[in-house]
Design a protein around this ligand. Structure first.
Ligand SMILES: *Cc1c(COP(=O)(O)O)cnc(C)c1O
Length: 378
């Protein structure tokens, strides 16, 4: 059976975790945490990156930093993981769901302005499959209406928009190191990117349970106290140690995934040209971090039959999000607008196996099986 995902080990994870354990400081914000944070601050040219226990936690920190009041509105796509909306709902905001585009599942930026009201405070673009949303247009709207932009870059590690790393363009950004993402912190982990320097001090405080410990450890204050709200968002050192082993091999990881992605694309493009399915579309302004490879069928029945056929041939392919706007918890929080593109991706999109240890031979087997399925269907 070819699985859908398999976490990759670079080889040094256990070694660095061993080092962390015997360094005698197990809690957060130790040497490995600082190394990982400095890695991103240097690579992305930003002042503050903070490791978190998950991408969800990084989004929750973003939501807290936005300082929302009940009745404030936050625009999120409906076709996304629940944390994109949940983080803001927990802060008392109302979520307003945006539909996806025709060309890819990202929010339709050209229809965004119509969703902005006098209560709107934040726009949360999700870079689906690591493919950039059109950030210039989003930032221009944010400027015009004095809104904050929080990038859900959970899937977008090391993907770029016009040369800028995703997660560093909005005021705040969140990346995930869950085991299903390109790089993992040992199963769960995340990163908050603080791009607007106004948020740095408060981000450090919220990260450490509402204390000003970070300032205390830097010797900037002579005792630390309880100064704000917050939670325990920092991961333990063994998670940071695991992540460090992966970051040291980031180029290799991305290169291998890109090779797999390109092989899929070259093999399946002729079938897409014949109208069998839609392939991921890369806008000119986006780079590809090869997070995911997906097909979009013309209807739900075709996708269901495809998943079944592939499973019978020992290949696991999976559909993705159910629309948030019609889900059990969010339906009564939605204003009732129809979101047809979101529904289409929910019904018709299927993801193919994509992980570092997948071989080109296996990609070949998967593509051959897809070809056989399409012949049978005719
Ligand atoms: C994975 C993911 C998250 C959540 O990240 P976790 O680290 O699993 O908490 C949020 N948003 C999107 C779009 C994701 O893909």
């Amino acid at each position: 059976m070819i699985p859908f995902n398999k976490p990759h080990l670079t080889g040094k994870e256990a070694h660095y975790m061993y080092q962390a354990v015997f360094a005698g400081k197990l809690s957060g914000n130790g040497d490995f945490t600082k190394k990982c944070q400095a890695f991103f601050e240097q690579r992305y040219g930003i002042k503050k990156a903070l490791l978190t226990t998950s991408g969800t936690d990084a989004l929750e920190m973003c939501a807290m930093l936005c300082n929302l009041k009940p009745g404030d509105e936050v625009i999120v796509p409906s076709y996304t993981f629940v944390s994109t909306a949940l983080a803001f709902l927990r802060e008392g905001a109302n979520v307003v769901f945006a539909d996806s585009m025709d060309m890819n599942p990202n929010m339709d930026v050209d229809k965004l302005e119509a969703l902005i009201t006098s209560h709107t405070k934040v726009i949360v673009p999700v870079h689906y499959a690591g493919v950039a949303c059109d950030m210039d247009k989003i930032m221009a709207l944010a400027d015009k209406y004095h809104l904050l932009v929080v990038e859900d870059a959970a899937q977008a590690l090391d993907a770029y928009y016009k040369g800028c790393p995703l997660g560093t363009i909005g005021h705040l950004g969140a990346i995930s190191f869950h085991e299903t993402k390109n790089v993992t912190a040992g199963g769960e982990g995340g990163l908050l990117l603080v791009n607007d320097e106004r948020f740095i001090r408060r981000a450090e405080i919220i990260w450490e349970k509402g204390t000003n410990r970070a300032e205390f450890f830097r010797g900037e204050v002579n005792k630390y106290g309880w100064v704000d709200m917050g939670s325990s968002f920092l991961p333990a050192e063994i998670n940071a140690a695991f992540l460090w082993a992966q970051l040291e091999n980031l180029e290799d990881i991305q290169a291998k995934r890109t090779k797999l992605w390109n092989t899929y694309y070259e093999r399946l493009k002729p079938l897409a040209d014949k109208g069998c399915f839609q392939l991921p579309d890369m806008p000119d302004y986006a780079t590809n971090n090869a997070h995911m490879f997906y097909l979009v069928f013309s209807d739900f029945e075709k996708r269901t039959a495809f998943i079944q056929y592939m499973k019978e041939h020992d290949i696991l392919t999976v559909f993705h999000y159910l629309p948030l706007h019609s889900s059990a918890y969010y339906a009564d929080k939605h204003d009732g607008r129809k979101l047809p593109q979101c529904d289409r991706y929910a019904d018709c999109l299927v993801r193919l196996p994509m992980y570092y240890d997948l071989s080109i031979t296996e990609v070949d087997i998967i593509c051959k099986t897809i070809e056989k399925y399409l012949v049978k269907e005719k």
